[in-house]
Structure formats: C-alpha cells, structure tokens
Design a protein around this ligand. Structure first.
Ligand SMILES: [Zn+2]
Length: 148
C-alpha cells in the first residue's frame, strides 16, 4: 500500500475510533497470533476468557477492542507515547535532571510547550534535548536557560 493511502486510512481510522463509529465493511479479516508458553500468558488467557464470558463478548470482540485501545493510546507513534507516558510519571524526577525518558542529563533549559487545546506545560531539558517535543505538547512558547 502506498504511504499516502495508508496515512489517509489511518487518519480515517483514528477519527472513527475517537468518535466510536465503526466501519461498515462486510466480511472478516482473519489473523492468528502466538504467545510464549509461559505461566503468565496462560493466566492472562484464562482471565480474558473469564472476563469475556462475563461481558458476553467473543474472543474476537476482546481482540478488536484491545487493538482499538492500543492504537488510540499509541497514535501517532511510539517515541511520542513514551514521552507522554513519562511526562505523567515525571513528578518524581529530580529538579536538576532533564525530563526526557532515559536521559540522565543535567537540566539546562526551561521549555514552555503548548498542546492543541492551548494548555501549557513547562519542562526541564538538557542541552541535547532542547528541541524535543513532549507528545501532544508540541508548540514552543519559550526556552530559557536555567540560572544556577
Ligand atoms: Zn536530556
């Protein structure tokens, strides 16, 4: 599939997922999957079966819902998701450290970023990460050196 068409279909999918509409295409797509034969996977599958039975869901419905949740949570790509996830947990990061996940660098700048809703957050970043955007927070409002 060419990239433009794929992008178009993914954007349509995301709009539909967010508004909870379903595509009306007929027929089925059949996929198989495998899991490692570990106790964890066995317990997980048993739990899925039990919950699905309680909810009156088929296994396919569970998989479909899980895939939708995955795409909504991770769209438009992993690097940004990790940043957002990190952001939510970053309260515990020492005030002298860069807030980019996995970076242990010294914070050199305070960076103001605004999201699509116009909410602004301030981040601490090191020299190397001064151009980084944090997930949906992608519109820079200021960048100023931290004075020590
Ligand atoms: Zn950094």
């Amino acid at each position: 599939m060419d990239k433009t068409k794929e992008d178009f279909l993914l954007q349509t999918l995301m709009r539909n997922l967010k508004s909870n509409k379903s595509s009306s295409d007929k027929g089925y797509i059949i996929r198989s999957f495998s899991l490692p034969k570990t106790e964890e996977a066995i317990v997980l599958l048993e739990a899925v079966k039990k919950l699905a039975r309680q909810d009156g869901w088929s296994f396919s419905t569970v998989v479909y819902q899980a895939l939708k949740e995955y795409v909504i949570r991770h769209w438009p790509g992993n690097p940004q998701t990790q940043l957002v996830k990190y952001l939510r947990q970053s309260q515990g990061v020492p005030a002298t450290k860069c807030q980019v996940p996995g970076c242990n660098g010294q914070a050199k700048y305070l960076k103001g970023l605004r999201n699509y809703e116009g909410e602004e957050r301030i981040f601490r970043v090191c020299e190397r990460h001064k151009h980084v955007k944090f997930g949906e927070y992608r519109f820079i409002t200021f960048l100023k050196p931290i004075k020590r």
